[in-house]
Structure formats: C-alpha cells, structure tokens
Design a binder for this molecule. Structure first.
Ligand SMILES: Nc1ncnc2c1ncn2[C@@H]1O[C@H](COP(=O)(O)OP(=O)(O)OP(=O)(O)O)[C@@H](O)[C@H]1O
Ligand SMILES: [Mg+2]
Length: 236
C-alpha cells in the first residue's frame, strides 16, 4: 500500500474525539499543493509530512527540499536549497527524473518540495518564470510512474501559476483562510461554497475533485526527532 498519513479527519475528531488519519495515496495522487494564508500552518504541516514520509514511503526515500523563505530546516544539508538557490533544487530533481526516464531502474520514493512556490515564481524574471512553469508542468504530468512526487506550499495560487493545465495534476490541501481567488482556482463553485475559513492547522483536502474533507493537523510532540528524520531525507 502506498499511503502516507496526512492529517486527522476533523469530523471524527470533533464529533467523537477519534484521531483517524486522512491518508495520501501517493501512487494514485502523486502531487500535492498546500494553499493557505500566512500563519495558517503550511510550513508546520509540510515538516510533519516529511517526518511521515521518512517512515511510510518505502525503502530509502529521499527529498529535495526548497524553501524560498529559507525556513523548514535549521541546518545546511546536501538537498536543501533556500531563497535564490531554489532553482538548483528543481534542476537536481529534474536530473534524477530524466535519469529514471532514460533507463535508471531505481523507483525509490523521491520528493520535490518547494515551499512558497508562487512567491518564488513572482520573484523571477518573466522568461525564467515561464521556463520554471513549463518544467514544473512536465514534472507534474510525468513523475507518477517513476515514484517521484511534487509538493508545493503556496500562500496563494491561481490557475495561471500552473501552465498547460498542470493544475489538474495537483491534489489540494487548504489550510486556515485561503483567499477566495485561490479556492475558486482549484475547485468548482459548488465545492468552493463548502470551504469555510478555518483556524491555524485546520482546513480541507480535495482529492480528484471529490468533495472537500475537513482536516486537522496534529501537534508535533518531539521537534528534535522530527528534525533528525527530515535531515536524513535530505542527506545522502
Ligand atoms: N498544527 C499546529 N499545531 C501547533 N502549532 C502550529 C500548528 N500549525 C502551525 N503552528 C504554529 O503556527 C505558526 C505559523 O505556522 P507556519 O509558519 O507553519 O505558517 P505558514 O502558513 O507557513 O505561514 P507563512 O505563509 O507566513 O510561511 C508557527 O509558529 C507554527 O509553529
Ligand atoms: Mg511558511
């Protein structure tokens, strides 16, 4: 089974105090976008997800972690890129993708995580940002069968940030109070009505354009342990 815990099902938690996880079937839904306002808990959630990946993503999982705001990790690591270096993380992930596409038989879990993806795009010259969008579209369309995955953290996101229809290759997590424009860019008008503003660490998943499901992000018990698990994913 190719499943990784994401966050608690809010309805079970609220109605009967049952802590049951909504899972990420990463074979069926290879790529995720996490959208939410500032302080909604996107980076906190992404760190927790990395911790779960280190345990549940099969043998020898590795991550390429990029964070335009230079957060997520406190120390330097071989596969961690911040601020102006985010492009190098994307390029190295693309290299491994092209290797697999052209014969490398390795199918161990690989993740490209870019936090503050849309802010990073906005910081680039338009020619460079168009190239990044094109490369990202190729990855989003093609990584699944290679057991490679893309997760993007975004303050806001519009259809235009994901060119060539690649937005349809992203399954969505909303956290906190995402903007109305972001919500409408990623779900039908009917589903958008169901997305209510939530507090930090709470939101919705939308998989395969199904109905939104309420989620609650658990609180991390041991940050040092989580840091170590994340560091292992980005070190050789
Ligand atoms: N589920 C949670 N349980 C406990 N604390 C949390 C939770 N989620 C977030 N926090 C705390 O809330 C604060 C804001 O979270 P975080 O930095 O992840 O938000 P963000 O959405 O990434 O914001 P920004 O867009 O500004 O980067 C942090 O101090 C974080 O530790
Ligand atoms: Mg953040």
């Amino acid at each position: 089974m190719k499943k990784i815990p994401l966050a608690y099902d809010s309805a079970l938690l609220e109605y009967s105090n049952i802590q049951r996880y909504i899972e990420w079937d990463y074979d069926l839904h290879p790529n995720l976008a996490i959208l939410g306002n500032s302080g909604s808990g996107k980076s906190y959630f992404l760190r927790l997800l990395l911790g779960y990946i280190s345990i549940y993503a099969g043998k020898n999982p590795k991550a390429y972690i990029c964070c335009f705001k230079n957060e997520l990790l406190k120390t330097d690591a071989p596969r961690f890129w911040g601020y102006k270096n985010v492009i190098h993380g994307l390029e190295q992930f693309k290299n491994e993708f092209e290797n697999r596409l052209t014969g490398n038989p390795c199918r161990d879990f690989r993740l490209l995580l870019i936090d503050e993806y849309v802010s990073w795009l906005a910081s680039l010259e338009s020619k460079e940002s168009e190239k990044v969008k094109r490369d990202m579209a190729t990855l989003l369309f093609m990584v699944r069968s290679l057991n490679m995955h893309v997760v993007l953290g975004c303050h806001r996101g519009m259809a235009a940030d994901f060119s060539h229809g690649s937005r349809d290759c992203l399954n969505i997590l909303f956290l906190g109070s995402p903007s109305k424009e972001s919500i409408r860019s990623f779900c039908s008008a009917e589903d958008a009505e169901m997305i209510q503003p939530k507090c930090r660490g709470a939101g919705y998943t939308i998989f395969d354009a199904q109905k939104p499901i309420g989620i609650t992000v658990p609180t991390v018990k041991d940050m040092d342990k989580l840091d170590k698990a994340i560091l292992k994913l980005v070190s050789d």
